[in-house]
Design a binder for this molecule. Structure first.
Ligand SMILES: *Cc1c(COP(=O)(O)O)cnc(C)c1O
Ligand SMILES: [Zn+2]
Length: 435
């Protein structure tokens, strides 16, 4: 067994306001800027004088850790710990999150006339969504700080992930869900992992607003993505993806946008790699929203990203059914810095994109398919060009929302046939004939 390599520079961090730039050493339970109340992001002042050596050594260290059997090295998050807030080993809560496959979508590329389309499948995480990478980071910090109770508002996947990681950490978890708006797979997970589930008669935005009020008065640890440590875990997608691409930067990374933390986190990951000299250019990070939950699309079009235009959200892609996205300022900054596009897709385009991925053997949940629907639109608009490479982030697992698929495949309702070999052979003959 190999042991973990030592850290060349210990990354310790500060919290910086994404709006007014105020820097603070720590945050209160609300994770808001002490001067203007906007969101904070994690910053690493020590990197400024880390030098180019640091970046180059990191690639080696990360590669070496793939042969290690230590839990923190087997994690697709903590393997990159030089670029994360420092957490003692005994506080790291991990289930080998990350480490997700990068799938070549040959047929999609051919159909669109694009050089290469790849899917980074975050649905292959321990609880079936990218949320695990962020939750592993944030819950480890909560454990280090001695919290016994973690809380979140959720469209479903955060609650499943928080419930599982809290259970692993020996903590209690309470999740606030919008009544009747959570896919059954996600609700079942939260219950099975032992979360205390509170269903509120409101939507996700309403749940988050209420949770903020609660945390102001009650000493629980806030696990929503206003917690900047969530994004530190989620940004490791960029590191892992670059390793899988042998450090060749793709032209496009396309991400569905709900509360807009994931797109922001992925963009932050690429910006940090560039800052440390590990990559020399950035991919365009584009964000795709459902037409019925298009707050960022509207604010980009109607105010050039200067102010958020909240909407009453409607979409069957429940993971992105969010009308008042908390991380919109971070997302605008990523769109600007990477020159990405912000687009919307219809319910029909999402359903079609999902079914096409499925027919290519790649399942995902409806919100994830928005990224493929978005790629198709961006290719049509000429934003993604023929000689380019695009990476789709598939955010969640196919089995999260089985009802959606059964509805979509209704037209193929199965008709029973007699339990006889001859009947099956007749069916096979028809199939072989190509009908
Ligand atoms: C949470 C989630 C999203 C949205 O991510 P944000 O960070 O809220 O933008 C998209 N797809 C799936 C499957 C999710 O679970
Ligand atoms: Zn501020």
């Amino acid at each position: 067994m190999k042991t973990a390599s030592s850290t060349p520079v210990a990354a310790d961090h500060l919290l910086r306001c994404v709006h007014c730039g105020t820097v603070q050493a720590s945050a209160d339970r609300m994770f808001r800027c002490s001067s203007c109340s906007e969101l904070l992001e994690v910053a690493y002042p020590e990197w400024a004088d880390a030098g180019r050596e640091f970046g180059l050594r990191l690639k080696e260290i990360w590669r070496e850790r793939r042969n290690s059997t230590l839990p923190e090295d087997a994690s697709g998050v903590w393997r990159f710990r030089e670029l994360l807030p420092r957490v003692e080993r005994e506080h790291i809560v991990t289930m080998s999150e990350g480490n997700t496959p990068l799938v070549d979508l040959h047929k999609a590329a051919r159909d669109l006339g694009i050089t290469r389309v790849l899917a980074k499948h975050q649905g292959m995480n321990p609880t079936g969504s990218f949320k695990d990478t962020g939750v592993s980071a944030a819950i480890s910090i909560a454990k280090a700080q001695g919290y016994g109770l973690v809380c979140c508002a959720s469209t479903g996947n955060t609650s499943a992930s928080v419930a599982a990681y809290a259970a692993r950490a020996g903590m209690k978890s309470t999740v606030l869900l919008p009544q009747g708006q959570v896919a059954s797979g996600k609700l079942a997970q939260a219950l099975e992992y032992g979360a205390h589930v509170l269903q509120l008669e409101t939507d996700f935005d309403g749940c988050l607003k209420i949770l903020h009020e609660v945390i102001r008065h009650f000493p629980a640890y806030l696990m929503n993505s206003v917690n900047p440590y969530r994004l530190e875990g989620q940004k490791t997608l960029a590191f892992e993806l670059m390793e899988q691409l042998n450090w060749e930067v793709p032209d496009h990374v396309i991400v569905p946008g709900g509360n807009l933390a994931n797109s922001s986190a992925i963009g932050k990951g690429f910006l940090e790699l560039q800052q440390l000299g590990l990559i020399s250019r950035l991919p365009k990070v584009s964000i795709i929203q459902a037409e019925g939950a298009n707050a960022l699309v509207r604010s980009m079009r109607e105010s050039a990203g200067e102010k958020l235009i909240p909407v009453p959200p409607h979409t069957r892609a429940t993971a992105i059914r969010i009308g008042n996205p908390a991380s919109w300022r971070k997302a605008v900054s990523i769109l600007r810095q990477t020159a990405g596009a912000c687009e919307q897709v219809t319910e029909h385009e999402i359903a079609q994109a999902k079914a096409e991925l499925g027919s290519q053997g790649v399942g995902c949940e409806p919100a994830s398919a928005a990224s493929f629907a978005g790629l198709k639109k961006l290719a049509r608009l000429g934003f993604v060009k023929q000689q380019e490479t695009a990476v789709l982030v598939l955010t969640g697992h196919m089995l999260k929302d089985v009802d959606y698929m059964l509805d979509a495949q209704m037209h193929r309702t199965l008709r029973p046939i007699p339990a006889e070999a001859s009947a099956v052979i007749r069916a096979l003959e028809t199939i072989n004939a190509g009908s």
